[in-house]
Design a binder for this molecule. Structure first.
Ligand SMILES: *Cc1c(COP(=O)(O)O)cnc(C)c1O
Length: 410
């Protein structure tokens, strides 16, 4: 394109200007397919035939969990335009986040799972670069090999810890805990969401760890709200705290935070990119995710959580009322006290009046238009409102009523 033609082109197609000005001034530039103008027009999900849906289920990884706030998306967009040194960005973002969450240090990880693995790696290796390279082989390295965990806290996510080579030692009582502590004990791990199922509570866990010189660690992946959980366990004295970025925090789904003691976070980062030859090399977070995560946390602590909780409750009540209006449908709303703390609607059925199971009705919702995702077992439907967008509560209420009415026995 000649300069004269280019100027003419720019004046009539303003959208194309940005990318051409950004460097595509060669004669070979294909102005009608600039990334900017095309991205505006494409519906990538539709193009691929990927079903999208209204999420009345909740923050489930399989459903891509959450939608980022506009400020977070803007942070990602801004980040994508510049280079920086990865460690420099983690240093500065970590310092800012540490202030917010009242921890000595923070690093953005590729999710809570990675935070657990990297935190555990940091405990095992300390600042020794030889040990960093040796993981997940512990035998003969001088590294410790055992993590103590309450039996009721042992869920699948402990795989994040065992990925470093450690094995989990299960206990139930304080007596058993103290007997289990030995020179091979690397850490004592706690799972907040199961804390009501275990005999030992957080404070006592931390106190015993301190008394015996064993680091204590905690998984709070899905445990905001309340917002105070962001700092509660740091202030309590856990050596590290792992949280998901992509659940209620509404950060990038592929991000999370490892918060904790300064030396431990420093050690954990030795197993993280940009350093290679580490177990964490595959747990990369890019600058977009790091800045997106920072802004997500900044936004999360700014919002009025009480007001937001009321909105969620109103929305879920609207859906409840629609369900209740159908004969043979029973509903309750309850808010869990641990994990996924949001008003949760449970719908069950009198099968003498309703001809379909909860499972079949959920499929009807999924296969309808618009598609709606919910949760539940064979005989119920579960819904939450915290992933609904403005106005979607009305659509869910209407579709739910239609689906339920279609199953009423005549
Ligand atoms: C979601 C979850 C994780 C994993 O979090 P990611 O951020 O997806 O890696 C770990 N532990 C618990 C208890 C969780 O709920």
């Amino acid at each position: 394109m000649k300069r004269r033609d280019l100027l003419k082109y720019l004046s009539i197609t303003p959208l194309a200007g940005a990318s051409i000005a950004g460097g595509l001034s060669s004669a070979n530039a294909a102005p009608m397919s600039t990334p900017l103008s095309v991205a505006k027009k494409r519906d990538l999900f539709a193009e691929l035939g990927v079903r999208t849906f209204i999420n009345a289920a909740g923050t489930y990884t399989a459903m891509t969990a959450t939608l980022m706030r506009p400020a977070t998306v803007e942070a990602i967009r801004q980040a994508s335009h510049k280079f920086c040194m990865l460690d420099d960005l983690q240093d500065k973002v970590g310092a800012r986040l540490a202030e917010i969450v009242k921890a000595e240090a923070v690093v953005v990880t590729s999710g809570a799972f990675a935070a657990l693995t990297l935190g555990m790696a940091g405990i095992l290796t300390g600042l020794d670069p030889v040990k960093v390279k040796q993981l997940p082989k512990l035998e003969g390295t001088g590294m410790k090999t055992e993590v103590i965990c309450q039996k009721s806290h042992a869920i699948g996510y402990n795989q994040a810890l065992t990925n470093t080579g450690v094995k989990i030692v299960m206990i139930e009582t304080v007596d058993e805990l103290i007997k289990a502590i030995n020179p091979n004990t690397a850490a004592m791990h706690f799972l907040h969401v199961q804390s009501d199922k275990g005999q030992i509570q957080h404070e006592e866990w931390v106190a015993i760890g301190k008394k015996y010189g064993i680091p204590t660690t905690i998984d709070i992946a899905a445990d905001v709200p309340p917002v105070s959980n962001l700092w509660r366990f740091n202030e309590m004295g856990f050596d590290f705290v792992a949280i998901s970025g992509g659940k209620a925090l509404r950060g990038p789904q592929s991000a999370g935070l490892l918060m904790g003691k300064k030396d431990l976070i420093k050690a954990a980062r030795l197993s993280m990119p940009p350093r290679g030859e580490t177990i964490g090399r595959g747990m990369k977070v890019n600058k977009e995710e790091i800045l997106g995560m920072m802004v997500a946390v900044e936004e999360f602590v700014k919002i009025d959580h009480d007001a937001e909780a009321l909105i969620f409750l109103e929305r879920i009540k609207k859906i409840q009322a629609a369900a209740e209006s159908v004969a043979g449908v029973k509903t309750t709303i309850s808010t869990p006290t641990l994990g996924n703390v949001t008003p949760t609607l449970n719908i069950s059925f009198d099968y003498s009046k309703i001809s379909k199971t909860g499972e079949q009705l959920r499929l009807d919702l999924r296969n309808g238009n618009p598609s709606i995702e919910s949760v539940g077992g064979k005989d119920n439907i579960g819904m939450t409102a915290w992933s609904l967008q403005e106005g979607e509560d009305v659509i869910v209420a209407k579709r739910l009523k239609e689906v339920l009415e279609s199953a009423v026995k005549s």
